[in-house]
Design a protein around this ligand. Sequence first.
Ligand code: PLP
Length: 456
Amino acid sequence: MKNVKKVLLEEHEMPKQWYNIVADMSGEMLPSLHPGTGQPIGPDDLAPLFPVGLIEQEVSRERYIDIPEEVQDIYKIWRPSPLVRASRFEKFLDAPVKIYFKNESVSPAGSHKPNTAVPQAYYNYKEGVKSMTTETGAGQWGSALAFACELFGIDLKVFMVKVSFEQKPYRQFMMNTWGASVVASPSLLTAAGKQILAEDPDSPGSLGIAISEAIEMAVKDEKTRYSLGSVLNHVLLHQTIIGEEAIRQFEKIDQYPDVVIGCFGGGSNFAGISFPFLRGNLTGGQNTRIVAVEPHSCPKLTRGKFQYDFGDTIGMTPLIPMYTLGHKFIPPKIHAGGLRYHGAGPIISQLLKDGLIEATAIPQNESFAAGIAFARTEGIIPAPETNHAIAQVIREANKAKEEGVEKTIVFNFSGHGLVDMAAYDQYLKGQLSDFSISDQQIKESIESSTVLPAMS
Ligand SMILES: *Cc1c(COP(=O)(O)O)cnc(C)c1O
C-alpha cells in the first residue's frame, strides 16, 4: 500500500460523525455579543435566522455529532473524496517530501462548500422551512447552496454582488440550473438595497451589502431562513468530514502528516482538513504543524488584531471575537474571491491566539505560479483560493530541501478553477499585480471599525 497514487475509502468506511473541536479546547471561548446590549447572545437571538438544529450545533460542546442518515446519503454522491499522492508535483519540486492532497473538487459544485450546504439545507427542511436566502460573491457558496436546497425542495434566493453577477455569469447559470433565483445586489427587493441604490444607482455592490439584503429578507418573513457558508462554528463542524476521512485514509497507507495546510477565507476548508489532526495534537500526543494560508492582500491572521468585530460590513451580525482587519476593510480585488473576507471564525481565532496553529500570507502572483505548476504536473486546475495552499506546500518543500529533512505534507484541494479561467488568462498574460497593504492602512481600518474597548 505504500506507494499508491490514490487512497480511497469504501462507502461503509465513511465517518458517521462530525468532530467538534470546542470539546478539546482547554481555554474558555469568548462569547459573541449582542451589539445593542453588549450581552452574550443566546439561541433566541439567532432563531429568526437559523433553524434550531443548527443553533444547537453552533453552541454545542459535544465532541462528536452524528451526521444524519439523509445527509450521509447525499454525501455519497461524491464522498468519500480521494486522498491523492501528488507524485508528479513532488518530482517537479525535487525535495525530500511526500505530498498528499484531499481532493474536494470532486463535489457537484466543484469545491468543499457542499459539505456544509447539504446539512444546512437538511436542518432547515426538517423544521419546515420552505425558503432560504444567502449572499454570494463570485458564486461558489451560492452554487453549493442552490444544489443542496434543490435536493430538499427549498426555494433559494441568492443575492449576488452586482459586479460579479455581470462579469462572471457562469456560476449564476449554475445556480439557475439547480433551481435557485439569483438577484444582483444591491436590489430593489429590500430596504437596504433601495437605500444604497438611492445614494448610488450604479453601485457595483459588495459582500457586505449582499449580506444585509439576505438577512433582511430572512428576518422579514417568518418562514424564511438565512444561511452562511463559512466562519460560524456549525459550518466548520460540517467540514470536519474532510479531515476525518483523511485520517482514515492515512491509516490505510500507514502514514501520518508532519504538516497540514489549508487556504483561508473564513476558515471552513482549513478547519475541515485540520481539526481532526489538531485533535491528534491536543489529545493524542501528535506534533503536526497546522498552517492556514491567507492572501498577502487580506492578512487578517498574520497582521490583523484580535478583538470584537462585526461579521459583515454594515454591522448587522453579532459582535464576534476574532482576528480582523476591521469590518470596514475593503480588500484589493484579487482573484481569490473566497479569501477576501475581513475576519476569521472565532474558533480559529482562539486557536491562533493560543499558538496551536500557524498562519502565513502569500502574494497573488506566487499563488498563481504555484497553481500553474500544479496544473502542469498533476493535471487538475486549482481554484485561485486553492493556489494559496499549493504555494505554501512549495515553500515547505523548499525548506525541507534546505534543511535536508524528510516531511509528509497534506493540503486541502478546496476546489477546481474551471469557472475561474479568466484569472488564469490574466496571469498568463502577465497582467496580475501583487497588492500590498501598509501597516498604516491596516491600523486605520481597525481603528475606524472598532466598536468595543480593546481586550486584554
Ligand atoms: C469559498 C472557498 C474558499 C474559502 O473559504 P473558507 O471558508 O475559508 O474555506 C477556499 N477555496 C474554495 C475553492 C472556495 O470556494
